[in-house]
Design a protein around this ligand. Sequence first.
Ligand code: NAD
Length: 278
Amino acid sequence: MAGVPALTLNNGNGIPQLGFGVYQIPPPQTAAAVLSAFEIGYRHIDTAQMYENEKEVGEAVAASGLERGEVFLTSKVNNNRQTREEVLASFDETLAKLGTDYVDLMLIHWPLPTVRDFTVAWKALEEVYREGRARSIGVSNFEPHHIRRLLAETDIPPSVNQIEVHPYLIQSEVREFDDEHQIVTEAWSPIAQGDVLDDPVITSVARTVGRTPAQVVLRWHIQRGDVVFPKSVNRERMRENFALFDFELSAQDMETISSLDRNGRRGPNPNEFAWVPR
Ligand code: NAD
């Protein structure tokens, strides 16, 4: 099977276009799931302080026997870390839990525009980037107007914007904005947590190309140029979700899938979301 392609970020660093997401994997199951992912061939893990499983991701990296440089690790600053000091302290905790002296990518998890000034957290991430402890920095759930503020008021443009994207929420506007600013879009909940897999349009394309619905949807993301990291604790599904590079969707199939767009957001609206854990 052909390998996972790497995309090039705006600072020249590479990022594997397919990874493994660990949101909602309970900590006691995380190390085993990540080790299975490594065995299958995944080399990019997407975690977050909020997921409370960074330590177990680190255990899996240590147990895998892989060199640190072979694995791409992303984490995200939690919503309750808002000041410069809190961001820097939480970043140190992330490195300690992951058992490493750098992350490949550190993101601000949510902009929380009604709660805080996200440029403060961004400037703290610029510090860890300059120190080389985050090889790249980016944002998550940022709308174009949030990113415009970062571009106007801070020094380093984000390399990545991680947002909800799937066939029911194709996010044309945000993706175009990201593209225009050399920001790679990462698509979270790429299969809408399973919701799009029974759609008759998806199952019909799947029949035509002889692949599963999940593979068709993930391949649609890959051909659009986004980064994806589907989550599963089921080894067979993890394998299925990894087998995306030996088939192609036609331009017609791509369009048909995109036409399912219905503003079908599953997660919160980033302009309104204000949840801060205690
Ligand atoms: P997902 O779209 O990856 O769906 C995961 C669910 O789909 C699994 O729990 C499983 O039940 C099912 N599934 C997976 N593979 C399948 C297959 N082949 N066939 C049938 N069902 C299958 O949803 P997600 O976990 O929400 O998103 C993926 C990753 O994105 C997360 O793990 C996390 O890393 C990231 N994420 C980020 C944010 C953010 O705010 N930045 C929010 C949500 C998720």
